[in-house]
Design a protein around this ligand. Structure first.
Ligand code: NDP
Ligand code: PYC
Length: 344
């Protein structure tokens, strides 16, 4: 099969053009393109270019505002920074709120960025990394739509609710993990379906509540939380903190609003930033140096740090470019030529 190699800049131009053709304003198109291209660059296919179609379908269905201009909700000097995404994608709202979040976290020791009324389909690590670039630790979470059964149940209720954490490091990439609180992201199930591959055991139940390895049956049934009752509880915490507490939708409410999992979910997002220096003040030891001792001990056992695979993929893409299959190039060309008409 023919493959095409594009530089990060070339893929960025193509994806930006696709989104602009589909009526996104430059602010929305730029922010969404950045995370999608980052997904391809870092070999995170479940949140790369394959997500464009779902985002455009959501635009076409009128469930996301492509021309939205996010707004900072003024709460002078508060440790809670709020951005109203105005029904647009979360990524543009995050870009607006980040500098204020960083400044407030330095002032107060910690601060939270609340994003309301946004469509969110991307990985969380781009946001975590952006916060760590300010020398801050970060936790990011959001609901999704009801697709995951709580442990002991058999019907979709919780979302795949991603949870990410980052810790800044000097002269090297941050420590970052980012995962769904389901056994796997829903995007992984969709990629298995497209590739005609069975799922690993333990990922999902069919509509009758029986274990299945069939992607189609899993998409029509319920996914399972990771780690049994532990993932189930963390997924529930995310519904509480990043849904109910911030006055936004929970995963079942998102599904009611959209009526379909074929569209990108609309809800809120919670980003918490911590200043390690402020928390460690007056105590012995430099928190950053102590963290390095811990990381060295992990790696010293032969284990790898989360995101190490991703950073290696990034380094390779930056030098060698991003390799796309013929089908992926055809897909991008079709979206660029036809815009929203390409979406059935
Ligand atoms: P994975 O299970 O693929 O990976 C999760 C994390 O674990 C990554 O940080 C990964 O690092 C790390 N990791 C994997 N294997 C190891 C290992 N052996 N040792 C140490 N660390 C390891 O993630 P998911 O499928 O659960 O989620 C994929 C993406 O989907 C996430 O980015 C998430 O944000 C996104 N998502 C988004 C949703 C949304 O609503 N917006 C909903 C659900 C998921 P590395 O990348 O280096 O392998
Ligand atoms: O992969 O589970 C997922 C997902 C849901 C919304 C965005 N990504």
């Amino acid at each position: 099969m023919t493959e095409t190699t594009l530089t990060v800049a070339q893929l960025t131009d193509r994806v930006t053009a696709v989104f602009q053709k589909a009526s996104l304003n430059p602010q929305q198109a730029e922010a969404v393109t950045e995370v999608i291209v980052a997904g391809e660059r870092d070999a995170c296919k479940s949140h790369g270019i394959f997500r464009i179609e779902g985002a455009l379908r959501t635009v076409k269905a009128g469930k996301v505002q492509p021309q939205a201009v996010p707004e900072l909700v003024q709460q002078e000097a508060s440790a809670i920074v709020r951005v109203n995404a105005k029904g647009g994608f979360a990524n543009a709202a995050f870009a607006l709120g980040l500098p204020v979040l960083a400044e407030r976290a330095r002032t107060h020791g910690l601060a939270a960025l609340v994003i309301n009324d946004c469509t969110h389909f991307s990985a969380l690590w781009p946001e975590v990394e952006a916060v760590t670039a300010h020398g801050l630790a970060a936790m990011v979470m959001c609901p999704s739509y009801a697709t995951v059964a709580p442990t002991g149940g058999n019907k979709p209720l919780l979302g795949t609710n991603p949870f990410a954490f980052g810790w800044p490091r000097q002269d090297q990439p941050p420590y970052v993990f980012d995962f769904a609180t389901s056994v796997a992201a829903r995007g992984e199930i969709e990629l298995h379906r497209r590739a005609g591959k069975p799922l690993p055991e333990g990922w999902a139940l069919d509509a009758g509540g029986n274990a299945t390895t069939e992607p189609e049956a899993a998409l029509g049934g319920a996914m399972l939380p990771f780690g049994g009752h532990k993932g189930s509880a963390i997924g529930t915490m995310i519904e509480l903190l990043a849904g109910i507490m911030i006055g936004d939708l929970t995963s079942p409410e998102v599904l009611d609003f959209l009526g379909s999992t074929a569209l990108s979910p609309k809800h809120g997002e919670l980003i918490i930033a911590f200043s390690p220096e402020a928390f460690a003040a007056g105590r012995a030891g430099d928190p950053f140096a102590r963290a390095e001792v811990l990381f060295d001990a992990i790696v010293g056992q032969g284990a790898r740090l989360p995101s190490q695979r991703r950073f290696a993929a990034r380094a390779k893409s930056d030098v060698q470019g991003i390799v796309l299959s013929e089908a992926e190039i055809v897909y991008l060309d079709r979206l660029l030529a036809e815009g929203l008409d390409a979406i059935g």
